[in-house]
Ligand binder design. Structure first.
Ligand SMILES: Nc1ncnc2c1ncn2[C@@H]1O[C@H](COP(=O)(O)OP(=O)(O)OP(=O)(O)O)[C@@H](O)[C@H]1O
Ligand SMILES: [Mg+2]
Length: 225
């Protein structure tokens, strides 16, 4: 047993006849920042989907904190995702009828410890940290793409997850705002020992990573994974 919090062994996945993941082996130690790079269509988002448990691998294993995802039932999987994994989707996946603040609060609703006031403070602090202190009561349709992306980042961080999976989290942001968001992710990683697995086309983001995973045609090309 090593210290890897994310362990992927020989994972394959196809969509119909299209082989999207062709035998992925990956090991990310706890608290590290791993950047996933590679061309459009190379399988980066699919890899994140499989690691999150939202997508099922056809073969191979995904272990999160030593738990084999294929052995968990739906409620166990949902618990793991809620308590351990924060996800920033490429398409944000905000709930349209909820305000920014309500979207960020959503993952905290099942929390047993702490008060509603604590949770609200955590959410409002995060929204302020991503520069949306004055947009908390706007709905997604009233926010720009980059603002929606930052709401999605705050939502993914609100439960202080052990693992943050983020799909191009700075993709819609200008350089300055992107650098601020990256700084927040790195701070979270330092303060809470959050493990970061981040898909990025941004060389500044990849340059800050402890390890780089380059995907090509559903395989890991090189890097120290
Ligand atoms: N649900 C799906 N059904 C069929 N094919 C899919 C599905 N999801 C992804 N694919 C295909 O799998 C391949 C890999 O997709 P994926 O989204 O993982 O790529 P990516 O590396 O994230 O690309 P990008 O940089 O454009 O986001 C693509 O060819 C895509 O068309
Ligand atoms: Mg993608």
């Amino acid at each position: 047993m090593n210290e890897a919090i994310i362990q992927v062994d020989g994972v394959t996945k196809r969509y119909g006849t299209l082989a999207v993941l062709n035998g992925i082996d990956l090991s990310v130690p706890a608290g590290r920042f791993a950047a996933v790079i590679g061309k459009s269509g190379s399988g980066k988002s699919t890899l994140l989907g499989v690691v999150s448990g939202l997508e099922k691998a056809d073969s191979g294993r995904v272990l999160i904190q030593g738990h084999d995802l294929s052995q968990l039932d739906e409620p166990q999987m949902a618990d793991l995702r809620r308590q351990t994994i924060g996800i920033v989707f490429q398409s944000f996946n905000l709930i349209p009828s909820l305000s920014a603040l309500e979207n960020v609060l959503l993952p905290t609703f099942f929390e047993k410890e702490g008060t509603a006031a604590d949770r609200r403070k955590r959410a409002t602090d995060l929204l302020a940290q991503v520069g949306l202190g004055d947009r908390m009561h706007h709905r997604p349709s009233q926010l720009s793409g980059g603002e929606q992306q930052r709401v999605a980042i705050a939502r993914a961080l609100v439960n202080r997850p052990a693992i943050l999976l983020a799909d191009e989290p700075t993709g819609n942001l200008d350089a300055e705002t992107g650098a601020g968001v990256l700084g927040l992710l790195l701070d979270m990683s330092r303060i809470f020992a959050t493990t970061l697995l981040i898909v990025t086309h941004d060389l500044d983001v990849a340059g800050k990573a402890d390890m780089t995973i380059e995907m090509k045609d559903g395989r890991i090309q090189h890097g120290n994974a």
